[in-house]
Design a binder for this molecule. Sequence first.
Ligand code: FES
Length: 143
Amino acid sequence: MLYSDKVMDHFMNPRNVGEIEDASATGTVGNAKCGDIMKVYLKIENDRIIDAKFKTFGCGSAIATSSMATEMIVGKTIDEALTLTNKAVAEALDGLPPIKMHCSLLAEQAVKAALKEYYENNGGIPDAKRVFFDVLQEDEHSV
Ligand code: FES
């Protein structure tokens, strides 16, 4: 299995590892089949993500995609972060082997789970935004 230099870099030197003690929201997701678990912490101010951290107990691709996904959303507004997709994360890493695409979906789901919690703690999810959370129902291994 061939991994891109970027995947190897984010696996060997992951960015944003850790936790945020006073996080605005967290999202924890797991993959029932491989057993991998990912938790994302977000610090949000004025609807903008000012910090993101993660802890991943999982494969190298799960670590690399968590690292890249957190890098991609820091500085973004919530609306911008909602459009994050696992494909965009994989592309930013110069691709993943097809059998590893589900790992990138876990990263997208962890970010979306945290954003969902943020909305739920701040007045609820607006109807127009609900579609962005459909991904939380997807089976990671169907991708
Ligand atoms: S093998 Fe489970 S997330 Fe990668």
